[in-house]
Design a protein around this ligand. Sequence first.
Ligand code: UTP
Length: 224
Amino acid sequence: MKIVITIGGSIIIKDHNYKKFMDYAEVLRDLTDENEIFVVVGGGKTARDYIEIARALGSSEALCDDVGIEVTRLNAKLLIAALGDYAYPEVPQNFREALQFASNKKIVVMGGTEPAHSTDAVGSILAEFVGAELHINATSVNGLYNKDPNKYSDAKMYNEVKPSKMIDLMSTKDIKAGTYEFLDMTAIQIIKRSKIKTVILNGGNANNIKTAINGKIGTIILPE
Ligand code: UTP
C-alpha cells in the first residue's frame, strides 16, 4: 500500500530529545516490507521560535513562513539520519521531487513546500500527488472532537467523520485552528477533493501508526 504519514514537529522533537526519531525510524523501517512510505515532518517549537525571531526582525509573514519551512526540512533531515539506508538521502523541495525520489524504492521524507500553509496541508497534497491509499496524520491529540477537549469535559471524539462535517465544525467558535492541535482548512479541503482516507491519531506512540494500518485508531476521515 502507498501511505503518506505526516508527523507533527512537536511530536517528533521535544526538548532536543532524539528518542522519538529512533522510535519512528523503527516503525517506518518495519512498514517498508509491504508498503511504499512517504513522510512529511513538521517544525514544532523550533519553527515557532525561529518564526518569532524573524518576525521581531521585521520579516514579512511570507518570509517568516519560509523560515518555518527551513526548520521542517531540518527535522526531515534528522529523520532521514535515523532511517539510514532505508531513506532517500535528500529532502525533496516539492511534490514532483518527492515522486522522483520514490522511484529509488526508499522512504521519502520531506518538510514544507511553500508559504501560507502547514505541513498538514503538505501531507494531504502529497497523498493526492503520489496517489496514496492512506494518509496518516500523527498529532498530539487522540482524534477529532466535537468541541475542545481541553475546555469541555463532555467533549466527544469522532471515530469517523466526513470532510464537510469537519468544515462545519471549523466554522463554529469552539474548534478553530490553534484552539487545539487540528488540521488546517487547506488540509481538509484537499482531503475532501482527493477522497483519500485519512486517519488523525495520537503520535505520542509511534506504534499507533501500525494500528492505523492494520486496525482502527483515532478519527478516520472517510470520503464523502
Ligand atoms: P508546521 O506545519 O510544523 O506547523 O510548520 P506547526 O503548527 O508548528 O505544527 P507542528 O507543531 O509541527 O505539529 C511550521 C511553520 O512553517 C511554515 C508555517 O509558518 C508553519 O507554521 N510552513 C510549513 C509553511 O509556510 N509552508 C509549509 O509548507 C510548511
